[in-house]
Design a protein around this ligand. Structure first.
Ligand code: ATP
Ligand code: MG
Length: 681
């Protein structure tokens, strides 16, 4: 049936589903919708279809919006293009129409979609450029291409696929369908200053060598090659020279003597660092002693007695930058991963005693093989396990004790890690519910990748620094600087006296600076979305450090409690945010709640209180000033006859305005706080 002809002025929000579906089919492929989205200007004209981004008409969408659409579109049966059409078609004073859509599709050189829209509005297909990838190509395909394809499909149907492959596909699709559908988030455009290059503070330096290659080479047992095959292949290609290949029998024979000499060996199941063996025994490598084939060692399932605890950590070969031939040595970490029997549990340190070179601990990983574009170091999961006493869930009290557990949030548990760097670190182990289905296109993985690649750029003295990551174990981990003073939330609850009012002013200004930095440091603002006293950590001098600025907020299937929800925490959520309207102003609102907490030492949520959330409670109790609920046990809040609580209260009220347009941006909040703090001098 012929497509009806539409008026070019028809608003795209009014398009029938069959049309948006077809556009989705054309533009979801290879993420072409992003090319379109990138050139949509903020303002459209009601008199022309021309719509160009110009200095006075900036792009409508920023990278945060791209991410939102990408995430929403990754749900089953969702199309990013359709979400974009719905979002763009229903926002702005002048609504997008078919003529404008065609104009932009041509501009983005998305000719297949442009042809389709042209046909809809009864216009000729747009001319192709003479050169470049979008130029027209003449093909010699037979006239009835579709018939040709049908034939191919029929041939393919005749092929018998192995049962295992079919089951795998079935399993995957069952699991995918089981995922909960998510609503389409509303995108809100917010104005921000572009203060690129502001002078912000120095990062924490961590001394860890970055592996040359992504560490998680091959972890999935499905695709794990047999080591002997690897060796054979290498031999055929003559790629492994006898100098580079370790002489395993000699190493095994010499373990005892090395073990005796090594201070850090603690048990019979000593596992030497391979680098150490190489250093200690160049003679071993040149020796002519008989070499037991590695494949035999590995395939010997009864070989516990031979192998247990005695297989060297061959992985070190791959990490050791001194071994320039690393590219011709097969991935020896496979040895450790493949052989259950080979995995001892004792950790030893490599020759410079700086980083723990993962022992033969097994790191079986169902995670996809990620290649991350970041300067941050990758930590092997085994290293993290060792550094956290096997993620000991006993609360951390002192370094002498076993306990390393620091706390638990909606997205993971946090553990103190020692021995990885000169300073202590905090490791957040992300909860992954259905880890078997995690793959590279998965939302959690995309988000993890994003966080690691993106957040390492953000450095500020009042932000908890992200220092590393791990993706070669059973779950993802993020490694942060350790902030020893606890969370503001806990201190206000358990020990409010520790924070006199002057100190609280300092905390408010530091926190505000960190948020303003996130909003303005780069051209794209990063919205924290989860500002709350539980995410403000205090260092030894009670300086605030804001954490979780971008931590995985979109994990599906999270078990959350009343205090924490994946999209922020309800007591801190601005009214428009509850409707899905996300902008930098939602951070201003949440900061207003923190100001009230600082003034009152009251919990943000108290189910026994009339006015369960703090803002409702404050508005009930305080008409003119904060006096009825001000915490006066921590000082007078006065200096030189100036009532600082009154000033903070006024600022908090502005931050807590229902109408987001009336709320100040965080840079303005910082200015106001600076003026207030100056009055203390
Ligand atoms: P949410 O998941 O909503 O962020 P949360 O902030 O309570 O909730 P986490 O961020 O997982 O949860 O942190 C849990 C606890 O771990 C915190 O309350 C804090 O006590 C501790 N913690 C987190 N990060 C660090 C760190 N870098 N240094 C020291 N302790 C930390
Ligand atoms: Mg947190």
């Amino acid at each position: 049936m012929a497509e009806p002809v539409y008026d070019p002025k028809l608003e795209i929000r009014k398009l029938p589903p069959s049309v948006t579906r077809e556009l989705g089919r054309l533009l979801d492929f290879a993420d072409y919708w992003k090319d379109l989205m990138a050139i949509i200007p903020k303002q459209l004209s009601s008199t022309t279809f021309v719509a160009d981004v110009k200095p006075d008409n900036l792009p409508k969408y920023n990278s945060e919006h791209f991410k939102i659409i990408e995430q929403a579109g990754s749900e089953p049966n969702k199309s990013c293009t359709e979400i974009l059409i719905q979002e763009w078609g229903t926002s702005g004073k002048i609504r997008a129409n078919l003529g404008i859509l065609r104009y932009l599709l041509v501009k983005a050189e998305l000719f297949q979609a442009a042809d389709y829209v042209s046909k809809l509005i009864n216009q000729p297909p747009p001319p192709r450029p003479v050169n470049g990838p979008a130029r027209a190509i003449t093909t010699n395909l037979p006239g009835r291409v579709d018939r040709h394809l049908e034939e191919i499909e029929r041939d393919l149907d005749k092929i018998n696929y192995p049962e295992i492959a079919i089951n795998k596909i079935r399993k995957k699709s069952d699991e995918t369908v089981a995922l909960p559908a998510q609503g389409i988030p509303k995108i809100v455009i917010s104005e921000v200053d572009n203060n690129e290059g502001r002078d912000f503070n120095a990062p924490v330096v961590i001394q860890k060598e970055k592996p040359k290659e992504p560490v998680n080479h091959v972890q999935n047992s499905d695709v794990m090659p047999n080591f002997s095959v690897l060796l054979q292949e290498s031999e055929v290609k003559n790629e492994i020279s006898s100098v580079n290949l370790p002489n395993i029998s000699e190493i095994l024979n010499s373990l005892d003597s090395i073990s005796d000499n090594n201070d850090q060996s603690t048990s019979n199941s000593f596992t030497p660092a391979f680098s150490q063996i190489l250093n200690n025994s160049s003679s071993l490598i040149e020796s002519n002693a008989p070499i037991p084939p590695l494949s035999q060692l590995l395939s010997d399932q009864t070989g516990d007695s031979i192998l247990e605890g005695s297989l060297p950590d061959l992985d070190v070969l791959n990490l050791n930058e001194n071994i320039s031939s690393s590219n011709i040595i097969p991935n020896l970490s496979l040895l450790n991963t493949q052989s259950d029997q080979a995995s001892g549990s004792v950790q030893i340190y490599d020759s410079d005693s700086k980083n723990s070179s993962g022992s033969s601990n097994k790191c079986p990983s169902p995670l996809p093989n990620l290649s991350l574009n970041t300067e941050l170091p990758h930590f092997r999961y085994c290293e993290l396990e060792h550094a956290t006493n096997n993620f000991s869930d006993t609360p951390f009290k002192s370094i002498e004790d076993e306990g390393r557990f620091l706390g638990k949030g909606a997205f993971g548990s946090v553990f103190l890690a020692t021995g990885l760097a000169h300073e202590f670190l905090a490791v957040k182990k992300i909860f992954l519910e259905n880890v078997e289905v995690v793959n590279e296109d998965d939302q959690v993985t995309k988000q993890f990748k994003n966080e690691v690649e993106f957040l390492s750029k953000y450095k500020h003295k009042n932000l908890v620094s992200l220092l590393g990551y791990s993706c070669d174990g059973p779950t993802y981990c993020l490694v942060y600087e350790y902030v020893p003073g606890g969370t503001l939330c806990d201190i206000l609850k358990e020990n409010p006296q520790k924070l006199p009012w002057q100190q609280r002013l300092k905390i408010s200004i530091g926190t505000a600076e960190a948020i303003a930095y996130l909003h303005t440091a780069f051209s794209t603002p990063i919205i924290h979305r989860d500002i709350k006293s539980a995410n403000i950590l205090l260092d030894g001098d009670n300086n605030p450090k804001l954490g979780d600025f971008g931590i995985i907020k979109l994990l599906p299937n999270q078990k959350t409690d009343t205090y924490t929800a994946p999209f922020g925490t309800s007591a801190y959520m601005s009214p428009e945010c509850l409707r899905g309207d996300i902008s930098i102003k939602l951070d201003t609102y949440s900061f207003g709640v923190v100001l009230v907490e600082l003034m009152t030492s009251l919990p943000p949520i108290d189910t026994k209180r009339q006015g369960i959330d703090l803002v409702t409670y404050m508005l009930d109790k305080c008409e003119e000033d904060i006096e009825p609920i001000l915490d006066r046990t921590i000082g007078s809040w006065e200096h030189d006859n100036i009532n600082f609580a009154e000033k903070l209260f006024k600022l908090a009220l502005k931050c807590l305005e229902d109408n987001k347009k009336k709320r100040p941006e965080m840079v303005q909040v910082v200015d106001e706080l600076r003026q207030i703090v100056q009055l203390l001098d």
